[in-house]
Structures are given as structure tokens and as C-alpha cells.
Design a protein. Sequence first.
Lengths: 397, 360
Amino acid sequence: MDLRLEPEHEAFRGEVRAFLASRRREAEAAARGAREDVLRWQALLIEAGYAARSVPVEYGGYGAAPDILKTRIIAEAFVEAKAPMGLAGQGISMLVPTLLDMGSEEQKRRWIRPTLRGEVVWCQGYSEPGSGSDLASLQTRGEAQGEDFVINGQKIWTSTAHLADMMFLLARTEPEAPRHAGLSYLLVPMSTPGIEVRPLRTMTGRSEFNEVFFTDVRVPQTSVVGARGQGWAVANATLTHERGMLGDPNAAEARLNAIIGMMKQETVHGERLMDNPVLRDRLMQLQGRVLAMKFNGMRLMTAARDREPAGLAGLVVKLQGCELNHQLAALAIDVLGELGVLYDGSPHLREDGVWQQRYMFDLGLIIGGGTAQIQKNIIAERGLGMPREPSYPRTGG
Amino acid sequence: MRFALSDEQRQLQSTLSKVLKDVAPLERVRQFAAADEPVAQDIWAALVDVGVSAILVPEALGGLGLGLLEAALVAEALGGSVAPAPYLGSAVLGPLALLKAGSEDQIRRLAPLMAKGEVHTGVALSETIAGARDGAGVRAAEGGLSGAALFIIDEAAADFLLVADLEGGLHLIPAGGPGVSREPLRTIDATRRVGAAQFHNADGETLARGPATLNALRDAAFVILAADMLGAAGAMIDQAVAYAAARRQFDRPIASFQAVKHLCAEMAAELEPARALVWYAAYALEEGLPDAPLAAAHAKAHLAEVTRFIARTATEVHGGVGFTDLLGLHFWFKRIGLDRQLLGGPERIRQIAAEMQGLV
């Protein structure tokens, strides 16, 4: 254990701070959200090495050696300066690492640069109405016809599908093969005829997800990443990147701090919420959990840098992190009491109703990206070496 | 920056687990629990042999000069084996109090003896941290200490009692000296000896920097108790997983039922991040980082909650036999139960954590 920064990293922190201080105007413009300002900011960040940092230069990145600590220093300095981070999203966080691992040279050259620069937006087409946790049973077909695949089927839980230029999706291209060996990972333009996107309204009252319908959608066979029939392995590599995104301990700490601020400020009968010992005890319980996840995150960062397996410390992050965020939202609602149920621009609304919105949306995150129950199977099987459930005769797929 | 144990620290863990497997198997724990031994001398001697009593004493005084993280790893190993050893008093809080609050003369006289494991220290800090019960509390006056102390940790082994008076002053009182009468308290946990004492003008040595040191002792105790719970709960998960693999019902190992697997996964998911919290708190205290006391308090309170859940759940995974004396699983269950309350249960400690941050 040695949590001091080495001189190289101290110096790096100074560089990032200096950059942010000199680019305040561009950062503020990007924070207002106009597309050209956001893209200009992203280009600046890539050039400076604060976005796409370890992506090779020939594919449009900055080309630095991976240094997870520098990545963290960047994130901290941006939070400190209240500057918008580089773009995230499924294209940058999931597809780019997957292409770097498994894409063809042509795919890398074609897709990575515009994706990093925010010029091409991606969505993910994995889950189907009949294939959630049992993803390998998916039924969307990609039938080989000449040089093309013809895709028919339906995807669900597709966030940003209505904004996306491209989709990476799993389709069954080898119907005769065993189910895991029958899938291919395809890159599909959303403008292809036969694709219909319908927003999926969730319990939050918003449409954070979509359903996407495919009717005779024709894409060239060169759209496959990896090889035909290897889609499962490619997708699993992508999912690993997704689970790293969910359950982020920094988000939990930010929520905790927001609740502390609220409990100091809000009053009931003139008494600060913080002076209510029951609520304060709940706050302290969650603070203990937030700290545990934060330090677990530091442990994982060291393991990743040293290329050592993280074991249970890594396997539990999605389950525990999502649950913790959900509990924080629940506490925020409870400390607000009756004010906590206001929503949708109501008079007396606090913080734009964000806590109810998070409380509901977080339930989606507990279920999505591998349900809590699937996570527990993974922890038990891979982390504790417990046996799989005996299989039940299949009904198809 | 590196958030991981060093090779030396891992070596310490494996040395201890070997020693404890040898000298403190469950049969030996049972024997200690059933008899009236104040100290398991064979176990203590083996621990002294590998340097456990010397861990925090500087090398110049005959110690190993290691820090609280190493001390926490020892506690984790002891908890894992439910080992009967007066560790918290004799190897951690006794030496720490002496080194931080004692005079040069006191340190030169006592530290080498503590390092050799020849002086045992009982810890009477409960009233100033957890709060006074049943009218307990010790006052310092011209003529010596008077009053009562409850929940004295490692009381039975003690040559000295480390006593905090109600002003936060710290005193080393000869445990068998005039004006001191002691009695054992029987707790659920028979692997450690907790007691009570009455003082009537009891004489001893005052440690000069007592009030300034009390919080540091409290924080160290929180981390060591948290680490003991970490070890005990880890051992309970290991036993539950092993039992589930061996036990068959409905023609299959019960480990293949998701109902059982999910209980085990929940235990592991709760405990593993808590390990990082214990490591951080121990490291931060050693380095004197500003957030160290808060991390220590949260380590104690959070481990108390997480390990209570594990203690009951691991027992449940064992089914009926977990509830009997046959496997001895209850030794771990009760060890966790005592650690949870010693020097304050989680509600009390979260109150302390809130006070530290100026939230109260």
C-alpha cells in the first residue's frame, strides 16, 4: 500500500489542471451542449490526450501507453474544474475496445476515428423480448444471401437507438450450429431500409430505451466483427467493458455528498434533516458502504495496472455498486419525505425530481447489463467455485 | 500509487495461517473455551515466536517496527482461526499507548518486555468510547484511581490494565496491585477473556500524553476489531461454500441450488469491498492521513453490519448442523457477535463518525 502519487503523476495532474484553466471558454461552451461545441471540445481533448488516451494514433486516438492512474487523475481534475469529460456512450466505451481487440484492420480504420470524435453514434443490439439473461438463445436471424446477410427480428433495451448512426448487434447467422456457435457480431447502419425504431416508455415516464425492428435488412457479410459464428466471444468481450462502466464508485460518492448537502439545508419544523438521528444514521450507514466501494475501486485499479486478476473484488462491483446507488436514491427520497414524491416540474419540486428519476432508473440498471441474480451466479461460480445449476431440457434455440 | 498488499505482507499472512493451523486448531479452541485458562500459553508462545507481540514496537526497542496494516492482517488471521490470544491488548493497544503517550523512561522500561510478549495489557477504555453502563467510570485523584471499568478487553491475561479515566487520562495500573479487584465477565465468545474491575485509590503510572492519545487508541482498536471480524467472516464463508459442495440432498450437492449459491454470493459480495475499507483505514492511520479516523470508524461499523449478516447466513447454509455444536461454527458466530459490540456497536460508532465530520 502506498497511495502517494509519484512525481510523474503529480506533474501530470499539474498539466491537466493547466490545460483546463487555459480552455475554460471551450469547456463552458461544450457544457451548454450544442453539438458543434461538444464535438470541438472532444477533438481538443483527444489532441491533448484527455480522451481516447490509449487508442493508437493511427486509429484517431492519442496513443499513450495505458496508465489507469493517469486516467483517474484526468477524471478528478475534470470534476474539480467542473469541465465536461470526453464523450462516453456505447460506441466509445464498448465498441472501440472491442474493435481494437477483434476488429479487422479495415474496420478499425473505418470506424474508430469517427466514433471517438463523436461523428458516429452507436447503439447496442443484444437483448430481445425472448432473450434477456439467456442471451445466447436470441432469435434475430441473419440469413446469408450472396454477399449479404438479411436480418429479420427484434431487439429491445436499445438506448440511444433513436440518435444512433450505427448499431453493433448479435444475430443468428448459423442456424444449424450449437446455439453459442451460431451467432455473429455485425455492424449495421441505422439508415438501412427495413429498420424501425420505436421508443420504449419506462416507469420513469421517459423513453430511455427503444425497441428496434428488423424486416429484411440487408448488410454486406464484411460487416462481421471477428468471424461468422464467433459473435458470442466478441460480445462477451464487449460486455466486460459494459460491466466496468456500471457501478462506478465516483457516482456513488457524488450522490452521497449531494445528500449530505441536502440534509444540512432542508428543514422540517425548522429542524435540519441532519439533526434527525434516524436519518443521520442511515446516511452514515451508506457512507460506510460508499467508502468500501471507493477503496475497492482503488484496489481494482492497481490490479488492472499490474495485470493481476481482481477476483471477487471485481466480480462484485456491478451487483454492489448498482444496489448502493439505488439505496442512495432511496435515502434521498426518504429524507425529503412528502417533498420526495414530487415529480415532473411540480411546485416545491427539489432538484428537478432527479432522485425519484434515479431511484426508478437505477432499478433498470440493477436488472440490465446482467441481472442481480445472474451476477450472483457469476460470483458463486467464478468467484467461489460453486457448481452450475444442472441443465433443464431445452425447448429450442 | 499502489493499493495492494506487498509481498512481505502476503508472506506475513501465510506464515500466520500456517502457525495458527498448527497451534490453534478447532480442538485447541474448544479446550480453551471449556477450561479456565487466562492465556493459551502454547498459542501465545507460537505467536510471539513469529513476532506478533513485537509487531508495533520499533526495532530499536526490540520490536519489528511494522505498522497498523500488518497489525490488522494479524488480527484478520486470528479472527479467521477464532484463536484465543490476548492480541488487541498485549500486542496493539498496550504498546501503542505506551509509545504514543508514555515517557522515555516508561517506554525504555516496558516496550522491550511488551515486544517479547512478556507483559500482558488489559484494555479498560470502554466507558470513554462506548459509553458508561451500570454506573461504571473511573476518576483520577491524588490518591489514585477510583471507580469501576466494564468490558476490559483481554482482562484475564493482564499484568497491567490500561485505564482511561473520565477526563481521557491514561494510566497503567498493575492488575494485581492494591486497590484493584477484578472479576471475569462471561460473554458469548469463549475465545477471548473480557472482565470488569473495581478501583479504590489504585496506584499506577500515568501516561503523560493521555488525552491526546485516546482517540488514536480508539481508532486503532476500531481497525483491529474490524479486521478480526473480516477474518472470522471470511472463514465462515469458506466453511459454508465447502459444506455446500459436500452436502447432498435431492441427489445433488446443495451448492448447485441457486437458492444456496445466491446466499454465498451475497456474503462474498458484502465482504470483499469491506476488505479494502479495512486495508485503507489501517494504512491511513499509520500514515496519519486526515480521513483516517473516519475510515477507522466506518471500518468498525460497516464490518459489524456485514459480518452479522454473514454469521447468520453462513450458519443457515449449513442447515441444522450449523446450529449444533458439532462443527463449532458458533465460535465464529460468537466472535463476530462480541467484536460487534466491543468499544461500541455500529449505531454508537456511526454517531462518532457523524461527530467527526461536524454533522451533529
